[in-house]
Design a protein around this ligand. Structure first.
Ligand SMILES: Nc1ncnc2c1ncn2[C@@H]1O[C@H](COP(=O)(O)OP(=O)(O)OP(=O)(O)O)[C@@H](O)[C@H]1O
Ligand SMILES: [Mg+2]
Length: 271
């Protein structure tokens, strides 16, 4: 909570990333994907990560989401004193109760053969305890979450593969937010969707951020989307962080780095 009990940016460091570097192993050597990147995410803050294809955005998301190991530098999450790589399996399991990831392809975040209700409930069942043992309350919570992401109760028994991309992405977001995570990592969550559905999903994320006060790492190559939803924006180029900007209109006004200006110019040229 921020000042006067208002949910907002503030009291806890959700992520402290310092000098993060990562290389993929390739047949003939190593591919440096992330180089010496440092940034913070505050409680309730939406941090945007932009950059052209191959600039290292997803790699950073995957490192923070614990899908990749073997990095250099440090990742501290939820104001934990322990660095991520030094944590035990149990400590990491507990930590990731509060961190969820939604990918570009909704079927990557939501098992395609699972019913919507069941898949969203799994977001709680996986961590056991509490609601997981009370079937009635669990179903109520699932229906409440479905309502929040704009899926009516009639979707409860539908299999995710029977849904449209936009509907399935809503289900994937529901599965990720049912436990009210403190950090939601969104990796190109609207890229596979058509423009009108994209706008609905962005509206949904924006209202979830406001209502639940969760922090977000919003990864996208779409400048307009990032500027619209993010409080702060980090620009990546060839794995390096080249500029940090405020979100909104100021993002366009304050950009100084030649690469950022080039990114912006290419968007404005299309418009
Ligand atoms: N599994 C992998 N093995 C080897 N190299 C990889 C692997 N995944 C990504 N890379 C390389 O690492 C670099 C960063 O990739 P990454 O996926 O993080 O970029 P990105 O900014 O998310 O791109 P996009 O906008 O296309 O999603 C790229 O050069 C990419 O080719
Ligand atoms: Mg990517």
């Amino acid at each position: 909570m921020g000042i006067d009990g208002v949910k907002g940016i503030g009291d806890m460091k959700i992520a402290e990333i310092r000098n993060l570097s990562y290389s993929y192993r390739e047949n003939c050597g190593q591919k440096k994907a992330v180089l010496n990147v440092s940034f913070d995410i505050d409680e309730g803050e939406c941090l945007g990560l932009i950059g052209e294809s191959g600039s290292g955005k997803s790699t950073i998301g995957s490192l923070i989401g614990n899908f990749l190991t073997g990095y250099e530098g440090s990742i501290h999450l939820m104001s934990n004193e322990k660095e991520l790589a030094d944590m035990s399996k149990k400590e990491r399991h507990d930590l990731y109760r509060d961190i969820q990831v939604v990918f570009q392809n909704p079927w990557q975040s939501f098992p395609p053969n699972m019913c919507v209700g069941e898949g969203i409930a799994e977001g709680i069942r996986y961590y056991g305890r509490g609601l997981a043992s009370d079937q009635k309350k669990l179903k109520e919570k699932v229906l409440e979450t479905m309502h929040l992401v704009g899926l009516s109760a009639s979707y409860y028994q539908k299999k995710c593969r029977e849904l449209s991309g936009g509907e399935c992405q809503r289900a994937a977001i529901g599965r990720a937010i049912i436990r009210s995570p403190k950090l939601l990592i969104c990796d190109e969550v609207t890229s596979a969707l058509d423009v009108s559905i994209q706008a609905q999903i962005m509206q949904l994320l924006f209202s979830l951020k406001k209502e639940m006060g969760m922090a977000m790492l919003f990864i996208s190559h779409d400048l307009a989307l990032v500027g619209g939803i993010c409080d702060r924006v980090c620009v990546l180029h060839d794995g390096q962080l080249v500029e940090e900007l405020p979100g909104g209109r100021e993002m366009y006004e304050k950009a100084e780095h030649p690469y950022t200006r080039l990114l912006m110019k290419s968007v404005l040229d299309i418009i």
